[in-house]
Design a protein around this ligand. Structure first.
Ligand code: DGY
Length: 330
């Protein structure tokens, strides 16, 4: 049955197509079920929308959900966040308003693991430098391209062996990498065997032995600036740090220093803090860095699946049914 426009529940979301918003091509999927109120329209005239809004969609941590925003939305039933990370949500605060929370885990695992390997490979084999030379008018520069490093046969240390870390290990196995991992909890022996991964109870052992250190942990008080000056100084001077988790897992000032002083060889980051970095940030001026604007989940298929899962969770929340991916306070 065709749902009349007037009957569609109102949801608040960043304007589709805006920076870090749901891509415009997927806006019709949302609009089929909901009347989407763009967040900036709401901010201009909150009184017009406040009573109507029943769900709030968060994409790439936007919008920030404050107590004031929650107080201004008396009929809010759910906050549905795209992606796996929920570090941007104050879960106790939101749930204290009787508002349900969901994210879209599992959907993003493959794309994020692919991005981890893409960053590792691109950094090690100097794809960006090579590309710049290939398109440069002066092809003689080709001989001056610094040599990269072999990925095959090297040692990968994965910090955070959850679903994404494990999928990275699977991929690395195909590159004949020696795989070490550090995790709150050691994985089952059969999981380790399946990807040939060895547990390092001490993060220090992993840092000392790895050629590539891959960060795939959730951001939490325990992992906040987990990699600082001390940890970087334990890494090999030939090692590369790859981050597909959250910028705040790394002490960025310490990273800038380590890259400038040759304490580590390079870094490849999908995430930083803040995002985007200010244009004069020292990380953007370094040569031994590959940096992306948080693209881990940014494939057509994964983004579409995220939007579909957001819709499914939102519809369930609005009809009062159990959510597919409910996030509860600890
Ligand atoms: O958390 C995630 O899955 C991604 O970073 C997208 O927000």
């Amino acid at each position: 049955m065709c749902v009349h426009e007037m009957e569609k529940p109102h949801i608040l979301a960043t304007k589709p197509g805006e920076y870090k918003g749901i891509p415009q091509i997927f806006a019709p999927l949302l609009e089929k079920h909901f009347t989407v109120v763009p967040y900036h329209e709401f901010e201009k005239n909150p009184n017009r929308w406040a009573d109507k809004i029943q769900a709030l969609i968060v994409f790439f941590s936007i919008p920030k959900i404050s107590r004031d925003l929650l107080l201004s939305l008396p009929n809010l039933k759910a906050v549905i966040s795209g992606g796996v990370g929920v570090d941007h949500l104050d879960i106790p605060l939101i749930t204290s308003f009787g508002v349900k929370i969901a994210n879209t885990p599992t959907i993003v695992d493959n794309a994020t693991a692919d991005m981890g390997m893409a960053l590792l490979l691109a950094s090690a084999r100097k794809l960006i430098e090579g590309y710049k030379i290939a398109i440069s008018p002066d092809m003689t520069k080709l001989t001056h391209c610094d040599l990269g490093h072999d990925v095959s046969g090297s040692t990968l240390g994965i910090i955070g062996m959850g679903r994404i870390g494990y999928k990275i290990a699977k991929r690395a196995q195909g590159f004949d990498m020696k795989i070490l991992y550090h995790n709150r909890k050691q994985r089952e022996a059969e999981d380790e065997k399946a990807v040939g991964a060895t547990y390092c109870a001490k993060i220090e052992d992993l840092l000392r032995e790895s050629d590539f250190v891959m960060l795939s942990v959730n951001l939490s008080p325990e992992t906040h600036k987990l990699i600082g000056k001390r940890e970087l100084s334990m890494m090999k001077p030939t090692a590369t740090l790859v981050n597909v988790s959250r910028g705040l897992v790394v002490d960025q000032d310490a990273l800038v220093e380590a890259l400038q002083d040759g304490v580590i060889y390079a870094a490849a980051l999908d995430v930083t803090y803040p995002e985007p970095l200010p244009r004069n940030h020292p990380l953007l001026r370094l040569k031994n860095i590959l940096i992306l604007p948080h693209m881990g989940t940014a494939s057509y298929q994964t983004t579409r699946a995220m939007v579909e899962r957001i819709i499914a969770n939102t519809r369930l929340a609005l009809e009062g049914s159990p959510l597919l991916d409910e996030v509860k306070p600890n």
